[in-house]
Design a protein around this ligand. Sequence first.
Ligand code: IMP
Length: 446
Amino acid sequence: MACAVAMVCTVLLGTQWGDEGKGKITDLLSRDHDAVVRFQGGNNAGHTIVVGGVKFKLHLVPSGVIRGGIASVIGDGCVVDPWVLEKELRDLELRGISTANVVLSDRAHLIMPYHRELDRVQETSRAGSSKVGTTGRGIGPCYQDKMGRTGIRASDLRYPPLLEEKVRKGCRDAAAICGALGSPVTFDPAVILRELHELGEVLVPRVRDAPALLNDMMDKGARVLLEGAQGTFLDIDRGTYPFVTSSSCSTGNASAGSGIGPSWFERVIGVVKAYTTRVGEGPFPTELTDHVGEMMRDVGCEFGTTTNRPRRCGWLDLVLVRSSVKWNSIDDLALTKTDVLSSLKEVLVCTEYSIPREAAERCGLPTVIRDFPSHLELLKECRPVYRKLKGWGELSKEEWEACRAEGTLPPGLDGYVSLIEREVLAAVTLVSYGPGRDETIELGGS
Ligand code: IMP
C-alpha cells in the first residue's frame, strides 16, 4: 500500500509569481532523488541552473537533467511544443549533457504551431488593460483544446491517421477563430504533419506511460522530486485571475499532473525569492518603481528566461507567501537571491494589507487582512503594511562561504529569516546567495 511507504516524494513549487529560482533548488535537491518530474506548464517556464560557472537554461526538460543519472520526466499535466523539445534536447546533447533518461508522458498534450498563433491573436484582440501579457508560446490555447477534449497527446504520434485527423481539425478551428478575431490566417496541415513525422522519430522513443513508470520506480524504492513551474499566484484557481497562466501550479496538481497519488508526498518545499517579481500584467501591491526596484532588476538580472522581458520588482510580500504556505501544505522554505539585497542598509517586508473601510465593509472583512484576497478589485485597494529591518550588507565570497560551512546566517539576514518564519509559520531550511549550485546555506530543520 502506498501509505506504508509514503516517505518518497518531494514537491517543490514557487510561492510568488514565478521566477523564484526553482531551477537551482531543484538541481540541488535532485542529488537525493531518482527522478525529477515536471507536472504542469510548458515552455512558458524558464529554469536557470549554474554549475561550475556554466549556465544552463531549461524550458521543458526537468532541471534534474543537469546532474545526470536520474530520470527526467515531462509529466501528464504538461503541454509540450515538440519543435521546442527536440531543439532543447539537441542543445543539451551538444553541451555534453546526456538526455538518455528524458521521458515524455504519453498523456502530455502537444502544442501545435496554430496554438502559438492563436496565443498571439487572442492577446492582440484583448483590450489594453485586459491583456494578460502571455509568453506567446501557445500555452493557453493548448490547454483550451485539452479542456475542450480536442487536444493532441504525445501518444497520438504513434497513430498517424488519428494524428492527421486531429491536426486537420485543429488547423480549421484555429483559422476560424483567428478570422473571427479579425486576423485571418491559414495553416497548412500537410507541413505540420510532415514536420511532426520527422520530430516523432526523435521523440516517440521517449514517449512512455509516465504514471506507470513512476509508480513502478517508487514501488522499488525510488525517490521522486516533483518540480513546479510558474508560481502560486499564476495558478489558474488561486492566482491573480485573469492575469494567470492556464494550469494549476499548486501541490494538488503535483499529483494530478504526474499520476502519483498524494499519499506518496512526504515533503512540500516552497521557493521564496527574497523580494517579489512578476512578469506580465496585473496588480502588484509591493511593486517599486523607484531606484530600489531598478537595483533589484539590474543586480538580480530580472529579465525573463523565456521572453527576456524586464520583470517588475518590489519588496518581499509575506501575504503572498503566507497564503501559499497554507494552500500548498508547504513544510519548509528555500529563500533565494538574498545577495541581491546586500547593498541595502534597510529592507522592508510586507506582513499584511490595509484596506479602506468602505471596501472592507463591502467584502465583509476587517480593515487589515493577512490572507491574499481573491478578487483583483479588492487587491487594487490593498496597501502594504511594512516592517522595516536592518540589511545584511555586502559580504565577501569568504564570508558567505564561512556561513555555508557553519550552517549559519550573517547578522541582519538572520532577522529577515526569523521574521519570515514567524509570519508564515514555515521553517526556512535553505538560503541561496548566488546562482551557483554551491552558493547555498543549508540550515537543517527538515
Ligand atoms: P502564459 O503562461 O504564457 O499563458 O502567460 C500567462 C501569464 O503567466 C503571463 O503574465 C506570463 O508572464 C506569466 N508566466 C507564465 N510563465 C511564467 C514563468 O515561468 N515565470 C513568470 N511568469 C510566467
